[in-house]
Design a protein around this ligand. Structure first.
Ligand code: HAM
Length: 421
């Protein structure tokens, strides 16, 4: 038997319905916030991700699916949405639009060559938003609250918003220097990854899980001592806005994020339940004021987040949230002979186009088996088409709850069902 590749999954049955429900909630809330849907290619020139996500990030050093296409081009399957959206923003000159900022959302499969475990896949579905062209913490607050409100709307309660700032270039550069100076005293006690990070990206040491419990690690300098006044002011303004919106958050200086493009605000929303496992970050994002320029566009600020839909499914299961899934149909149409079958075919189209969920028989089975199907589909009504009724332009309609039958004119069927459902 040929099986699916490691780290992928087939979305089927109830799980597929749950995923559709999540998608419906996401689309509806994006409409309310007036974000515009964008779709970018599954693969891009490798440099889109290598230049932006960063050559020191785990994603680019260990996890991208890179290959040469038949034209010898370097191609990468997208590991995340931001870089492709920014590439598209520049290529389509969205910075020239009359209305700014540009507020976009996407909902796509992403690809990372990771070690698979619960909530960590090689192909996964990320929903995300990106706002380009606004440097005000007003938008940081809107983006964080949008992510938070999605979880609340879905019915999740056991979550926490962690925020931090990485400051502007000057503050971050001062902070990095201080970190290198500090951590250089502890290289012998550091994990191998952190020894490398010390040389390439000292900020990333702060989200190391291996060394986190050690005293020297906990005593490392904190960013707030290195923020210049503009960076500090922005961060406190963001907190004011979040308070105003009633978003519960904690300031967590260890949030530095694994991608290299961030500046100022960064945040993660985590699932707090102890049983949830290590992949407990449901959504994450931040501000990226240098990325558009890095990818060849005009200097433009950006702010966004992404959330993994498979992790949200796990979180909904963990909190035993009841998802309103419709598993019943409105009408089942049963028939026996060819003339009746033609009427069933016609009627099923008529009812579906008028908004009813309608099923019929496709396998020429006995009426008894068709009635069994109607039960299995939890059909509210069953229509029995028979040749005698057809002569009078009518059908027999059974209300499956009341167990009552009556004749209804074919021309009146839609109105009748409209009135009774
Ligand atoms: P990220 O932290 O790499 O950020 O991913 C965001 C979310 O995607 C994670 O919190 C998680 O829910 C989900 N996720 C990531 N990797 C996997 C995986 N292997 N399997 C399942 N789910 C996963 C970004 O991707 C940034 N582009 C976010 C962003 C948008 N920043 C600014 N704008």
């Amino acid at each position: 038997m040929i099986t699916k590749p490691k780290g992928t999954y087939d979305l089927l049955g109830k799980e597929a319905k749950k995923m559709q429900y999540i998608n419906d909630v996401l689309t509806a809330i994006c409409e309310k916030y007036n974000y515009e849907f964008i779709r970018t290619p599954v693969f891009e020139s490798s440099e889109v991700f290598h230049r932006s996500v960063g050559n020191t990030s785990d994603i680019v050093t260990k996890e991208t699916y890179d290959f040469k296409d038949r034209g010898d081009r370097d191609i990468t399957l997208r590991p995340e949405g931001t870089a492709g959206v920014v590439r598209s923003y520049i290529e389509n000159k969205l910075y020239g639009r009359d209305i700014q900022p540009v507020k976009l959302y996407y909902n796509e499969m992403m690809y990372r060559y990771e070690r698979p475990q619960a909530g960590r896949l090689r192909e996964f579905n990320q929903f995300g938003v990106e706002v380009l062209g606004c440097d005000d913490p007003f938008i940081d607050a809107e983006v964080i609250s949008l992510a938070y409100n999605i979880f609340k709307l879905l019915g999740l309660t056991n979550i926490r918003v962690n925020i931090n700032t990485l400051g502007d270039d000057e503050s971050r550069s001062d902070y990095k220097k201080a970190l290198v100076e500090y951590f250089s005293n502890y290289t012998n006690d550091m994990c191998e990854d952190c020894q490398n990070r010390l040389k390439k990206n000292p900020l990333r040491i702060l989200d190391c899980k291996v060394d986190a419990s050690k005293t020297w690690f906990k005593n490392a300098p904190k960013i707030d001592q290195y923020l210049n006044s503009d960076s500090a002011k922005r961060f406190s303004k963001l907190q004011e806005y979040l308070n105003l919106l009633d978003i519960e958050y904690v300031v967590n200086p260890s949030i530095v994020r694994g991608l290299d493009y961030y500046s100022h605000t960064v945040f993660e929303i985590e699932m707090l339940s102890k049983n949830f496992g290590s992949q407990n970050v449901l959504a994450a994002g931040g501000r990226y004021n240098n990325l558009v320029k890095m990818l060849g566009g005009p200097s433009t600020c950006g702010m966004g987040f992404a959330m993994g839909l498979e992790r949200i499914m796990l979180a909904l299961d963990e909190e035993e949230v009841k998802i309103p899934i419709n598993d019943s149909i409105d009408v089942y149409i049963g028939y026996v002979n060819e003339e009746e079958k033609e009427t069933a075919l016609y009627l099923s189209q008529e009812l579906r186009l008028n908004g009813f969920i309608c099923e019929t028989d496709y396998l020429n089975r006995s009426l008894k088996s068709q009635f069994k199907s109607a039960d299995r589909f939890k059909s509210k009504y069953t229509i029995i088409v028979n040749s005698n009724d057809i002569k009078n332009y009518e059908v027999t309609l059974k209300d499956n709850k009341l167990k009552e039958e009556e004749k209804v004119k074919i021309n009146d069927l839609v109105d009748y069902l409209d009135m009774h459902m």
